[in-house]
Every structure is written in C-alpha cells, then in structure tokens.
Design a protein around this ligand. Structure first.
Ligand SMILES: Nc1ncnc2c1ncn2[C@@H]1O[C@H](COP(=O)(O)OP(=O)(O)O)[C@@H](O)[C@H]1O
Ligand SMILES: [Mg+2]
Length: 142
C-alpha cells in the first residue's frame, strides 16, 4: 500500500477515520493524504460570516486550513512519517473520488457520519456516495 487517503470534515466521526487511517499508514509505511473539501458550513454559520467584516472566501479557506492542521497534528501523534494536507472545493463526494483517482490512492478512509448528523440516514450521504462510486477500496469507520 503506497497512499492512504482520508477525508475529514472536522467531525468526531472523521477524527476516528483519521486515527484508523493513520494507524494503517504507520504500519504499512504508506503516505497519508489528508483531504478536506471546504465550504461545507451550516447556513446559520454562512449568514454570520457573510454579515461579518472580512472576506468570506478567505474565512472559508481558513476554516478548511484549521481542520487540516488539526488533522495533521492528530496523524503525527500516531507516528506517520509522510503526511500531506490538501484542500479542495466542490461537491464533497465527487471531489473526494476525483482526488483519489488523481492521486492514485489505494484506499479512501471516511467516517460513517460527519458534521451533518441531523439527517435520519444511517450512513452519511458523502460516505454512501464514496463507497458506491470510488475507484478503489473504501474503509468506512464507525
Ligand atoms: N467536506 C468534507 N470534506 C472531507 N471529508 C468529508 C466532508 N464531508 C464528509 N466527509 C467524510 O465523509 C464522512 C461522512 O460524512 P457525511 O456523509 O457528510 O455524513 P453526515 O451526513 O452525517 O454529515 C465524514 O466522516 C468524512 O470522513
Ligand atoms: Mg456531511
């Protein structure tokens, strides 16, 4: 295994996915690519940001960078040697799949649910779409 990609949205589920991915990377010597698809915030938060001073797109980039920075720190604690942080924009599931193809990931790791825990789905819509359409193995972490 050469490249393990984990998609994180800053949720507790995604943190568990990150821990599992980091352990796998540490034990196989694979590179760990940590990916966040930015811009996914609640409409209340979006309203707040839009009415606040400052550049909305910059603030969204900052939120994504914070999620990735926390993720990088968390992965380091597991002793992973090679960690790469990546931020992309677009539909989360489609962008996760496109990035996995582009980066030739051997496995995509996602959490079962994410930040949008309000819906009644058992599996989040992103994890469901990724598991259905990915070009490689998908690990769904409970
Ligand atoms: N914007 C995102 N960027 C990166 N990964 C994401 C994003 N949204 C979801 N994921 C991944 O998909 C998993 C499941 O989230 P999701 O399907 O969105 O469930 P929910 O509907 O509960 O938010 C997350 O734990 C994370 O691994
Ligand atoms: Mg979600």
């Amino acid at each position: 295994m050469e490249r393990i990609m984990v998609a994180i949205d800053g949720s507790p589920d995604a943190n568990r996915a990150l821990d599992a991915a980091a352990k796998l990377a540490e034990s196989t010597g694979a590179e760990l690519l940590i990916l966040n698809i930015g811009g996914e915030i609640s409409s209340a938060e979006m309203r707040r940001l839009a009415s606040a001073d400052g550049d909305l797109s910059k603030r969204l980039k900052q939120i994504a960078d914070d999620i990735l920075k926390q993720g990088g720190k968390r992965a380091k604690r597991h002793g992973v040697e090679t960690i790469r942080l990546q931020c992309e924009w677009g539909d989360p599931a489609e962008t996760i799949i496109a990035t996995a193809k582009h980066e030739k990931a051997d496995v995509i790791v996602v959490g079962r649910r994410g930040r949008g825990r309000l819906s009644a789905l058992l599996l989040g819509s992103v994890s469901q779409k990724v598991a259905s359409l990915a070009p490689c193995m998908v690990m769904v972490v409970p």
